[in-house]
Design a protein around this ligand. Structure first.
Ligand SMILES: Cc1ncc(COP(=O)(O)O)c(C=O)c1O
Length: 344
């Protein structure tokens, strides 16, 4: 089903798009095994207001503005890229921002995304991991009532901005990807990306079908398992179709790989830090250990294992996340030492 003209919901211009699609010559030589490796630079959607979340927030923030909601409330890990992006978007638009952050110490290290949240003026509360599952919903209910009572009604944004509003970000990005493939004479491509709350994967999986993009989409889980993500993509897509009359009720077939999750969300094997270091030195492109580094590792392993044998061109979507590096600095000691080229 091809949509010739899509009727997008209200949208603000926040992201620097279209982002470049770039060929990776040295990574191709190192890991490509006869396939060409490309990168879609969604890490360039902005400088600090950057990454995949900005594409979603264009639609989410527009909804808040249209409905005169004065506060953006969202949640995530203490180093969440989505929370940082939301805090900065709120400042940019003159809105308030309140974050519910998952952390086990009251005084989480003031670095990376958490530092930017606070520079941006977001207020926050910490919810320890053990209470997160039980208390997030009631925390949201309390905050919604409080902000309403204070005359600063809030848009309650779910984890990662992944819902039937945020999905539009990567539906729109799929249209952009189609133009990228055309511009680079790529006949068909396997697209790989990190998936954490499934919104980017849902938008791209549905978007390539909606716009007849000659691509298959594979999400690399950074937590949970493949089955969880496949179910989540299906249910988020169904919710989107139910909400938006302009979205046709097409059947989508999500595909998730979960072999590079490693020790769990926010934690990575030494091989991920080594791979981040290697790619940076080969191409000047920096991934993060929580999302893109893990996904790239899964992709490299899948190329070696034959998963992409039917494809000549592979596009890795760089979804951003560079600020997540800084709270992991201690884990890079080995990678940066042992892989440094000797200097004469
Ligand atoms: C850098 C980065 N990449 C990928 C993702 C995954 O996106 P999604 O939550 O839409 O699955 C996130 C989400 O937090 C992210 O911050």
């Amino acid at each position: 089903m091809a949509l010739s003209l899509i009727d997008y919901p209200s949208r603000l211009k926040l992201a620097q798009v279209p982002t470049p699609l770039e060929f990776l010559p040295r990574a191709t030589e190192r890991w490509g095994r006869g396939k060409r490796l490309w990168i879609k630079r969604d890490d360039l959607t902005g400088s600090v207001l950057t990454g995949n979340k900005i594409r979603k927030l264009e639609f989410i923030a527009a909804h808040a503005v249209d409905h005169e909601l004065a506060t953006l409330v969202t949640c995530g890990g203490v180093q969440s890229n989505h929370c940082r992006a939301t805090a900065l978007v709120a400042s940019r638009l003159g809105l308030g921002c309140h974050l519910v952050l998952r952390a086990d110490q009251e005084e989480a290290a003031l670095t990376g995304n958490f530092l930017l949240d606070q520079i941006a003026g977001a207020t926050f509360e910490i919810l320890p991991a053990a209470r997160w599952g039980r208390e997030l919903k009631t925390t949201y209910q309390r905050l919604e009532a409080e902000f309403k009572r204070d005359g600063r009604p809030a848009l309650m944004i779910p984890t990662g901005g992944s819902d039937s509003l945020g999905v539009w970000g990567y539906i729109a990005a799929s249209e952009e990807l189609k133009a990228d493939l055309d511009a680079h004479d790529i006949e068909r491509a396997a697209v790989a990306l990190a998936t954490g709350s499934a919104g980017t994967q849902t938008g791209l999986t549905a978007g390539v079908a909606l716009f007849d993009v000659p691509a298959s989409v594979t999400g690399y889980a950074v937590c949970d398992d493949a089955e969880w993500f496949n179910r989540r993509v299906m249910s988020d897509w169904q919710a989107s179709v139910d909400r938006w009359a302009q979205l046709p009720d097409i059947t989508i077939a999500p595909r998730t790989r979960d072999h590079s999750v490693g020790p769990g969300y926010g934690r990575a094997d030494p091989s991920v830090y080594a791979l981040i270091t290697d790619l940076t030195r080969l191409e000047g492109i920096v991934l993060d250990p929580v999302y893109t580094g893990k996904a790239f590792k899964g992709l490299v392993e899948d190329i070696a294992g034959g998963f992409y044998d039917d494809w000549d061109d592979i596009v890795f979507v760089h979804t951003g996340g560079v600020f997540g590096l800084f709270s992991h600095s201690g884990h890079f000691t080995e990678a940066v030492r042992t892989r440094a080229e000797p200097v004469d």
